[in-house]
Design a protein around this ligand. Structure first.
Ligand code: COA
Length: 329
């Protein structure tokens, strides 16, 4: 049995933080940021917003597109590394906001690889035959974790949310084909966030992202390239079979290096990192929604998703796209 995406949506906060704004905050320049990262601007959530409010907006857009009732949702899986709080889960909070009272809810923290993890957990649970559908959300309020005095990291990240509805496919030609994942806890200190947490028996309240940029860059390029090669081999496909690659939007130089390693044509590699920066678990569903509304997804297209993030965690998923209706906006 195949599971397939039957609805999708995204939410981006209104406030735009440009490179010119960052020039006033840290010792950096628009030229440096664009050359090293490809990011021109990113979105920042308002004081009233959080991962759950943004995720709920994206979820409602996906539910509208799938044309299902909120009460029929069986599972809510939220991928986030910037939850509203330690508990309850962001999925439970979104359940309450949207009124999906029959859903079973939980979060996944696999950082930037989180949306793909959520997609495959949802796929497996639907295949277990206990559930008919799943609402998979990636939502991140990374601006709340960023150290705004650290030029090494603050130029990279942004806020936002994306969501999909996953259901049993009515046509076996469409849906998730296969996946591959990997993890390396020994390199966890290359990219991590301090508190709040229970490390050293105390709650660390000051949250900050700390990163070894150059090492993370190398791991990101190597692991996303390798896991994709493994997955192509496993599925007896070649890169020519991929119509569109929608990678985690980490940095344009990382995406270009992967495209080169895998011989992906420029037009077959989707990127919107210039507008939103790295939105971690939200980046793939935001990009997928943008590609969908830009009419870049055709029925029968083979899509490749690949992601890498803190953990370290990485993965690739191949999906045959079954066309869905665009709801009236
Ligand atoms: N503006 C200006 N200069 C900056 C800067 C900024 N925002 N950030 C760092 N620099 C400086 C450094 O201090 C260093 O100066 P020095 O030579 O005087 O010491 C110089 O630029 C080069 O730093 P380096 O870290 O070698 O740059 P880089 O080419 O590796 O680019 C990153 C830095 C962070 C953009 C790059 O390493 C990267 O993208 N890493 C991966 C990040 C990522 O994607 N993380 C999430 C993964 S999911």
């Amino acid at each position: 049995m195949q599971t397939t995406i039957t609805g999708l949506g995204s939410y981006l906060p209104e406030k735009i933080l440009t490179n010119a704004d960052l020039e006033k905050m840290v010792d950096t320049s628009n030229e440096w940021i664009i050359e090293r990262t490809g990011v021109s601007e990113r979105r920042i959530l308002s004081k009233e917003e959080s991962s759950s409010t943004m995720g709920a907006e994206a979820a409602l857009a996906a539910i509208r597109a799938a044309d299902i009732s909120v009460k029929s949702i069986d599972l809510i899986i939220v991928a986030t590394c910037s939850p509203d709080g330690m508990f309850p889960s962001t999925a439970n909070r979104i359940q309450a906001i949207i009124g999906a009272k029959n859903a079973v809810c939980f979060d996944i923290n696999s950082a930037c690889n989180g949306f793909l993890s959520g997609l495959i957990v949802g796929n497996s649970l639907i295949n277990s035959k206990q559930y008919n559908n799943a609402l998979i959300i990636g939502s991140e309020a990374l601006s709340r974790l960023v150290d705004w005095s650290d030029r090494n990291t603050c130029v990279l990240f942004g806020d936002g949310a994306g969501a999909v509805i996953l259901e049993k496919s009515k046509n076996d030609a469409f849906g998730i084909v296969d996946f591959q994942f990997g993890s390396d806890g020994n390199n966890g200190d290359l990219l991590f966030a301090t508190g709040p947490g229970s490390i050293k028996n105390e709650l660390v309240k000051e949250a900050k992202i700390i990163m070894d940029g150059q090492n993370v860059f190398k791991h990101a390029v190597n692991t996303m390239s390798a896991v994709t090669k493994d997955l192509l081999k496993q599925t007896n496909l070649t890169i020519e079979d991929i119509d569109l690659c929608i990678p985690h939007q980490a940095n344009i130089r990382i995406l270009n290096a992967i495209a080169k390693n895998l011989s992906i044509d420029e037009g077959a590699m989707f990127s919107n990192v210039n507008k939103y920066g790295n939105t971690s678990a939200a980046s793939i569903p935001i990009a997928l929604t943008e590609a969908f509304y830009a009419n870049m997804l055709n029925e029968g297209d083979t899509l490749l998703f690949t992601a890498f993030g803190a953990g370290l965690n990485w993965g690739s998923v191949i999906l045959n796209w079954g066309q869905i209706n665009k709801p009236e906006k």
